[in-house]
Design a protein around this ligand. Sequence first.
Ligand SMILES: C[S@@+](CC[C@H](N)C(=O)[O-])C[C@H]1O[C@@H](n2cnc3c(N)ncnc32)[C@H](O)[C@@H]1O
Length: 252
Amino acid sequence: MGHGPVSDGVRVLPPNDPRQYDDLAGEWWRPDGAFAMLHWLARARAALVPPASRPDAVLVDLGCGAGLMAPHLAGKGYRHVGVDLTRSALEQAAAHGVVTVAGDVTAVPLADGCADVVAAGEVLEHVPDWRAAVAEACRLLRPGGLLVLDTLNDTLLARLVAVELGERLPTVPRGIHDPRLFVDDRALVVECARHGVALRVRGVRPGLRATLGWLVRRTRGGAARDVTHDGPAIRPTWSTAVLYQGRGVRHG
Ligand SMILES: C[S@@+](CC[C@H](N)C(=O)[O-])C[C@H]1O[C@@H](n2cnc3c(N)ncnc32)[C@H](O)[C@@H]1O
């Protein structure tokens, strides 16, 4: 599957081993770093979040990493609470204004109904029991609260595009995914419904021309101007077969 050693002097770890995030800690906010595409996705995910409808609104960001959503949520009126297993990432999230909670997304140490919004960006496909993470996401939402997420589908095409191709590009770290954990979109919708959230999904992808331009500039050594706002827009596409977003409200 192309899951050889994580190269470039970094220790060898199995696919999806969370310690990879410690080894890659310097990449989160590096312009054109290995997590560049996560910045593009964070911008698109945050665009699904409306301004807060009440004072003291809370957004819980499951698997927040280094808090890449933070700049895109600024001004929307939420207290941004991030949950993650990786302490080196949480330290960086805190430096970007995120209130951090060390914990597992399958057993979140936060109260039922505490969140106006729950975000789960690029995390479900890293969790051995994604259904438990979905149950937690829905539990945290107050009635009327909003779930936004994006993840990789459990398809052959997703394995080809996101792992075999994607992990050979500088936008995705090699060995970061275990495709056996990818999340079938129909099963995800069913699971959310079981927990009271009517999730709608749509396929998304980075704009192809902009991605090519980004790769060419990076290969030529051109500097990124702004890690947060540069980079291809993530656009809706007709198929959920590779990458998809979900958005749904919890009924009361
Ligand atoms: C691909 S990164 C996505 C980070 C962030 N959501 C973003 O889009 O920038 C996956 C993150 O999920 C975290 N993670 C993986 N499994 C987890 C678990 N079971 N509980 C909490 N965090 C987890 C990792 O530490 C990592 O920070």
